[in-house]
Write a protein that binds this ligand. Structure first.
Ligand code: SF4
Length: 100
């Protein structure tokens, strides 16, 4: 069995996973949204409150601003089946999937 066919047969149960996005790393490149078979992600602009609360440090704040404050959000986290495609696809290494 190839690695991709193993992923296609992923039978993990939805509702058991947390999808964590590092606000200091995400650049809103949308790779996660493109590869997720469950439609977990949306991409939108951080609100002022989210930016001030979650993005810490000079360089991360500069980077996030440079990308128009666009980031990924795991709005449909309850549908995640832990296939880890998003983790592999993220060029910023910004995503972790952990048990609830
Ligand atoms: S691990 Fe990532 S790509 Fe796979 S279902 Fe969950 S959020 Fe989607």
């Amino acid at each position: 069995m190839t690695a991709s066919s193993a992923l296609d047969q992923c039978e993990q149960i939805a509702g058991k996973w947390r999808v964590l996005i590092d606000r200091n790393r995400c650049e809103g490149k949308e790779k996660c949204a493109q590869v997720c078979p469950e439609g977990v992600f949306s991409i939108r602009r951080l609100t002022d409150d989210e930016f001030n609360t979650h993005v810490k440090g000079f360089l991360p704040r500069l980077k996030v601003r440079a990308h128009g404050r666009r980031q990924a959000f795991a709005d449909n986290e309850q549908d995640c089946r832990n296939c880890l495609r998003c983790v592999a696809a993220c060029p910023e290494d910004a995503i972790q999937v952990v048990p609830r």
